[in-house]
Design a protein around this ligand. Structure first.
Ligand SMILES: [Zn+2]
Length: 203
């Protein structure tokens, strides 16, 4: 038995438990809109995920950094930046950039896609594990801006070393969009949906 089955709303604004106010689906305490689950949770998660997957391609294929100096210019993608760091001997930094910029967004997309697909199919498979996976994605979300810091550190490093002019490339814009879109996808997903299928199966 859960609150939704007893037609009790939990207010997202003030956590009040209620059957809705007199003027409809509004919290009687603070007036926030009430719903049993996040509205259109799955549709929104899928939409944000699809956009993130599409933009993940240009984020990795297009240059994220355009460097110009006296003798020439160079365009770097995330991967070529990682390889450059690796060759120049700064492998710890190469590892940080690889994890933050390539692995983490991919991990978030794959995990959220798997969670959304499992809810869509009404799966009752290991809800504890799936709930834990969602918490991990949510936790990583708080550190998503790490990617932006990495680009900032890289820019500072290169500018300190050489008299170069650095500009962000179109890939950086796509990359920032992927970070924001995966955060929105995680925010749209309602982890309570994982437990709804298990409860329905038990009934
Ligand atoms: Zn409220």
């Amino acid at each position: 038995m859960n609150a939704a089955a007893r037609e009790l709303y939990v207010c997202s604004g003030c956590s009040t438990l209620s059957r809705g106010g007199p003027q409809g689906e509004r919290c009687p305490r603070c007036g926030a809109a009430l719903s049993f689950r996040k509205p259109q949770s799955l549709a929104r998660t899928w939409a944000f995920l699809a956009a993130a997957i599409i933009l993940y391609v240009p984020a990795n294929v297009l240059p994220v950094m355009h460097t110009e100096w006296l003798t020439g210019s160079q365009d770097d993608t995330i991967l070529s930046g990682v390889l450059y760091l690796l060759w120049s001997g700064s492998w710890p930094l190469a590892l940080v950039v690889f994890i933050a910029s390539i692995s983490v967004p991919l991990l978030k997309i794959v995990t959220l896609g798997g969670l959304a697909a499992s809810v869509q199919l009404g799966s009752t498979w290991r809800p504890q594990s799936r709930a834990r996976a969602y918490r991990v994605v949510e936790f990583i979300g708080r550190w998503s801006m790490l990617d932006i810091y990495v680009v900032a550190i890289l820019t500072a490093l290169v500018q300190a070393k050489a008299l170069a002019h650095i500009e962000p490339g179109p890939g950086a814009l796509a990359f920032a969009a992927v970070v924001v879109l995966t955060m929105l996808a995680a925010l749209s997903f309602d982890p309570r949906l994982i437990w709804d299928a298990s409860r329905d199966a038990a009934c």
